[in-house]
Write a protein that binds this ligand. Structure first.
Ligand code: BES
Ligand code: MN
Ligand code: ZN
Length: 490
């Protein structure tokens, strides 16, 4: 797994500034005020920071931005980064500033003199999150494991505050690694093995094999994987950090390790992107990891359906009728609408086995959600306004885009089949909504439920505020906060 950049918090030692190697970063407030470390760097550089602060350049610099002095005189560092940040930044400003430092760092050692800055832990979180690189398959990988030292007023407090944030970062890194991994490496078996390893963190992990799934009657899930040589699996991860016997939150993820479309084969151009079609399962895994690492005081169960959607002589055909675990029959019109076939069985199983207090499913479910919302927001569908609001609030607080979409009887009617209980597609119109309607048929009335269509946000072609191009880990921060705010309330 991609390791977090090693971080050390130490007390401010202004003498270290002169002799540090790599990069040195200091803070100047928007009004030009400097702490003791920045003042020392200013003195070492014979007033270079003060000259910059007095210049037109400083007036133009935006908050959170950095100006770099290369090879500053009086210091051994190869660069002095002057970060403009108020003493008491918002969480978003602090994280963004950290991300800015990560982008500059480029794998070099960094001494960050935070002086009396508040929210040092959030700056560090932003730094670590943005410092991710997926280089497992690069033979000339840059070394990104050089250390960062954060000098601050209260290093013990900072490192205590940073611990739960670094747990979230580790969770997000797991999600990103899984989502970035090519499908020849991340087979269903490899995926299950990586989840099973999380039992070392105190999670109870079970792997259900094809024979188990057959016995449970998960025919819609199994039909998706039946054309692949990789065996279909369901993995159940339980974190019981809450009250004994209290109903858990259930997180359910679509884990299609590769989606060719099956017999309804996708066009060749861009098909390689379908290595990320297990992104929902990746978010479930990463969230469970974060919860376990920070020992969340809540009961949460994560379930993922791991399958590969391939065409073959055994593959499910358009027109086949399959019986779900629930007992409802589905006419498979398009084998490329496979995610809902996987999720419906896992969601039903989650409710039958755990009677969850709430259920959130995550899936790279439809291309249509990208047409509707682009790469800025995930589509949010829910049968429960309060539950939905608490999720939207958590996502907003974490800066993860999420936008509520409608559900309704008229959309549901589009799933009517002539020969079975339902079809697996509705048609071109409102493709993301009919997909959600399909899922809702497998949600019990008493289960508060949220469906997150993350097709547009799980993996992106250009960098976001906290992630480089590729897998983002979208959702780990929001779900972690949802658990903290709604399930760890005492
Ligand atoms: N995995 C895809 C959805 C997807 C598309 C995810 C683009 C990420 C990026 C899903 O299984 C799919 O193929 N959906 C079809 C549904 C259609 C056949 C009703 C789609 O969106 O075209
Ligand atoms: Mn598909
Ligand atoms: Zn898919």
């Amino acid at each position: 797994m991609t390791a977090l950049t090693p971080l050390t918090f130490t007390a401010t030692d202004i003498d270290a500034l002169a002799t540090a190697t790599g990069r040195v970063a200091v803070i100047v407030a928007p009004d030009g005020k400097m702490g003791q470390a920045a003042r020392r760097a200013n003195r070492l550089t014979k007033g270079a920071i003060a000259r910059f602060v007095a210049s037109e350049g400083f007036e133009k610099i935006k908050m959170g931005q950095v100006t770099t002095l290369a090879w500053p005189v009086g210091m051994t560092a190869e660069a002095l980064d002057i970060l403009c940040l108020p003493r008491n930044p918002s969480v978003a400003e602090a994280r963004k500033a950290g991300a800015t430092l990560a982008k500059l760092r480029g794998g070099k050692t960094m001494l960050f003199a935070a002086d009396g800055l508040r929210r040092v832990a959030e700056v560090s979180f932003g730094l670590v999150m943005r410092d991710y690189t997926f280089s497992d398959h690069k033979s000339d990988a840059e070394t990104h494991d050089t250390a960062i030292t954060v000098m601050c007023a209260n290093p013990d407090d900072a490192s205590t505050d940073a611990a739960p944030l670094l747990a979230i970062a580790e969770g997000a890194f797991m999600t990103r690694d899984l989502t970035n991994e090519p499908a020849n490496v991340l087979t269903t078996t490899e995926f299950a093995d990586r989840l099973a390893e999380m039992s070392a963190l105190g999670l109870e992990v079970e792997v259900l094999e094809e024979a188990d799934l057959e016995k449970l009657g998960m025919r819609t899930l199994l039909c998706v994987g039946q054309g692949s040589d990789s065996p279909s699996k369901v993995v159940v991860m339980q974190w019981n950090g809450g009250k004994k016997g209290e109903a858990p939150l259930a997180l359910v993820g679509k884990g299609v390790v590769f989606d060719t479309g099956g017999i309804s084969l996708k066009p060749g151009a861009g098909m390689e992107d379908m290595t990320m079609d297990m992104g929902g399962a990746g978010v479930v895994a990463g969230t469970m990891r974060a919860l376990a690492l920070r020992k969340a005081k809540a009961n949460v169960v994560g379930l993922v359906g791991l399958v590969e959607n391939m065409p073959s002589g055994n593959a499910v055909r358009p027109g086949d009728v399959i019986t779900s675990m629930k007992g409802d029959t589905v006419e498979v019109i398009n084998t490329d609408a496979e995610g809902r076939l996987v999720l419906c069985d896992v969601m039903w199983y989650a409710q039958e086995r755990f009677s969850p207090a709430g259920m959130v499913d995550l899936a790279t479910l439809t291309g249509a959600i990208i047409i509707g919302l682009g790469h800025e927001n995930a589509g949010v569908f829910s049968n429960n306004d309060d539950f939905c609001k608490s999720f939207l609030k958590a996502a907003e607080a974490e800066g993860e885009g999420a936008w509520r979409m409608p559900l309704g009887k008229a959309y549901d009617a589009l799933l009517k089949s002539r020969i079975a209980d339902m079809k697996n597609i509705g048609g071109r119109a409102a493709g993301s909504v009919t997909a959600a309607q399909f899922l809702q048929r497998f949600v019990k009335d008493e289960t508060p439920w949220i469906h997150l269509d993350i097709a547009g946000v799980a993996s992106v072609k250009s960098a976001t505020s906290l992630a480089p191009a590729g897998a983002t880990g979208w959702g780990v921060m929001a779900l972690n906060r949802l658990v903290a705010d709604a399930y760890e309330t005492e």
